[in-house]
Design a protein around this ligand. Structure first.
Ligand code: SF4
Length: 339
């Protein structure tokens, strides 16, 4: 793969990190495809290429030409860990147990939408690229930086915010410069809107990208909450930024897994210690939508989460196709149940 494959189209402005990410992504896809097709030798080649990329990332300062990279180390593994006797003997080995399963609010949501989609995800079966992942990450990272500056008392202007976006802009999945350029315009509009909304906001920011890990049924659910604020009454409010086009109906927010898991997590984080009173989904292409949080509702939804964990551990992965769920699924082109 050559740099001009990416850079020769004129519009894509690649950075060394972005370029490396794109090569990595391509090699990961090729490795997965080779494994799917049982082309073991090709898969081994791709794994060595990926190991070399990893080596380069770790040693680009002390060994930029990867002279000390040893491909044989890739296969320097403990063979006792690769025994297949139990599997080949026909004993059913559960795909997950409480020790090897870690969930996020969005993976629970995926399972509730379609258990088969969750399984494909966990098996790391490559689906179609979704350009909005790069858009979403770039916008989230930009907002994080703007929020950090606001906490320091230096709320950036629209122009300064645009510069931050330039620095945070990443692309791994855009297929052309034209697509990238159109996504960048969309991102700029979202950041402008965010800066405008932020001017009116007098709440105190008390958490940005707040990490959490809570245990349910011995399974860890972890994640990051985009933002937590303390309002004028000393109560907490949680915020999640949305860069997609699809909006949740306000009446469905009460049963939204992410909102309820995040609310439960805020209560468990020592420095907060209580439920937030309000959750807002900040749709940056449209208008924010909010809901109040109640203890009864959070408890009820966490019971639903517990039941979902039981189903995952029991290996229930039946497809639940429908035109609306399959339309947004990365696996729709390969799934035999797709509608
Ligand atoms: S295409 Fe439909 S049925 Fe298949 S995994 Fe995706 S959501 Fe499920």
């Amino acid at each position: 793969m050559k740099a001009y494959d990416y850079q020769g189209k004129g519009l894509l402005q690649d950075t060394p990190t972005g370029f490396l990410e794109r090569i990595k992504k391509e090699k990961q896809k090729e490795a997965s495809l080779a494994i799917d097709q049982m082309s073991i030798t090709t898969a081994a080649h791709k794994l060595i290429q990926l190991a070399r990329i990893k080596y380069f990332e770790e040693h680009k300062v002390d060994d930029p030409k990867c002279k000390k990279f040893d491909p044989m180390k890739v296969f320097d593994i403990d063979l006792s860990q690769v025994s297949l006797e139990q599997d080949l003997g026909g004993k059913v080995v559960p795909m997950f147990n409480a020790n090897n399963l870690t969930l996020s609010a969005s993976s629970i949501d995926t399972y509730m939408t379609c258990p088969l989609q969750f399984k494909f995800n966990r098996m790391r079966i490559p689906g179609q690229n979704k350009t909005y992942f790069d858009l979403g990450t770039s916008v989230h990272d930009t907002i994080q930086k703007i929020s950090e500056e606001k906490i320091e008392g230096k709320m950036p202007s629209k122009k300064e915010a645009e510069k931050i976006l330039d620095n945070k802009w990443i692309f791994r999945t855009f297929e052309s410069g034209q697509q990238e350029s159109s996504m960048k315009d969309t991102a700029k509009e979202m950041i402008e809107k965010y800066v405008e909304m932020e001017k009116e906001n007098n709440n105190e920011i008390v958490g940005i990208e707040e990490e959490f890990a809570i245990k349910r049924k011995n399974v860890i659910i972890n994640g990051r909450i985009d933002r937590i604020e303390k309002n004028q009454d000393g109560e907490f409010e949680l915020f999640d930024y949305k860069t997609g086009k699809t909006m949740i109906k306000p009446e469905d927010m009460i049963s939204d897994v992410q909102i309820n898991v995040y609310a439960a997590a805020i209560k468990e984080i020592k420095k907060f210690g209580k439920l937030p009173v309000k959750a807002t989904l900040m749709y940056l292409r449209k208008e924010p939508v909010s809901t109040t949080i109640s203890e009864m509702n959070v408890n009820g939804m966490m019971k639903v989460v517990d039941n979902t964990i039981d189903d995952i551990l029991a290996g229930k992965f039946e497809a639940t196709p429908s035109s609306s769920t399959c339309r947004n699924c990365s696996y729709k082109n390969m799934c035999e149940f797709a509608e």
